[in-house]
Write a protein that binds this ligand. Structure first.
Ligand code: SF4
Ligand code: SF4
Length: 293
């Protein structure tokens, strides 16, 4: 079994579109995890059937028991995040503002306690291509890195029975990305020819190198700005990072997303053909990695 994460340094590069197409094209038995928990939308392209959900409990937040509150106002004075609100004589904690520091509990151990709060749910589904573990984070809730870890852990209970564990990762270089790529064998970074695309590619590569995963790159909409595509290829060459996919701009991608299907299901289009080639190169990389083990 090989663990492969499809990631990007920035949002909007087409990462999920490519992951969904690879889910259809790569051979063998697959397990999927959608670790882009802030904007989980792999399910929109894989048409899953929901099997079960589990609550996800994030960090503890403060809760005031008004029966023991004497309205002394000390908790409001000490909360540096402005999380404790007064409504007449009633004091309550705004969970979206509470950072879980527990200072208020030290100030008022009689009336305030720290309690677990549900900040999301983990969903287990079946798709035609294999099991999918995904999640929903409550809007405004933090701890997306913890939820990513929980999604991966749930999916990894299945992955010993499969050939490939395919992860749709989050954009960016923060905690959710680190939770996503830890323990992976290969990361496929999807980038695009823009100034920020190259800048964010360099940042995400720097993070991935800390985890010793084999790094591959695909350039989406490569034909929109050839000079920047050339720069990305040159930089990847200098860094010894193979560019295994070059996907052109193709209106069929927008149409397939609108229909909720992978672009490779929309007939022979330029993007679908390019992703087929990407999948062939990726399959070769996976075979090479399997032989080295
Ligand atoms: S410190 Fe305790 S008693 Fe005072 S207002 Fe806050 S919750 Fe109420
Ligand atoms: S735990 Fe910290 S952030 Fe939350 S209400 Fe108490 S003092 Fe404010």
């Amino acid at each position: 079994m090989i663990r492969l994460a499809v990631i990007s340094g920035k949002g909007g590069t087409g990462k999920t579109m490519i992951t969904a197409a690879l889910a259809h094209l790569l051979p063998g038995s697959l397990v999927f995890a959608d670790c882009d928990v802030d904007a989980a939308n792999l399910e929109l392209l894989l048409n899953p059937q929901l099997i079960r959900t589990e609550p996800f409990m994030g960090m503890k937040t403060a809760v005031i028991d008004t029966a023991f509150c004497t309205q002394c106002d000390k908790c409001v004075e000490h909360c540096r995040f402005g999380a404790i609100e007064r409504d007449g004589e009633k004091y309550q904690v705004n969970p979206l503002r509470c950072e879980g520091c527990a200072v208020c509990v030290h100030v008022c151990p009689i009336a305030i306690t720290m309690q677990p709060r549900q900040t999301g749910e983990i969903k287990y589904s079946e798709t035609a291509q294999g099991p999918l573990v995904h999640a929903r984070l409550v809007p405004g809730a933090g701890n997306s890195g913890l939820l990513v870890h929980a999604v991966k852990k749930t999916a990894m209970e299945q992955d010993r029975y499969c050939d490939l564990f395919l992860i749709d990762g989050p954009p960016g270089t923060g905690c959710p990305l680190i939770s996503t790529i830890s323990g992976t064998d290969i990361v496929l970074i999807v980038t695009e020819p823009s100034v920020s695309g190259l800048h964010d590619l360099k940042r995400v590569v720097a993070v991935c190198r800390q985890f010793r995963s084999w790094i591959l790159v695909a350039i989406n909409r490569f034909d929109l700005e050839q000079s920047l595509t050339d720069k990305i290829q040159t930089w990847c060459g200098e860094e010894n990072i193979p560019v295994i996919g070059m996907i052109p701009f193709d209106p069929a991608v927008i149409e397939s997303v609108r229909r909720g299907v992978p672009v490779t299901d929309s007939g022979v289009t330029p993007a679908a053909q390019a992703i087929q080639i990407l999948a062939t190169h990726l399959e070769q990389e996976l075979m090479d990695l399997g032989k080295k083990r």
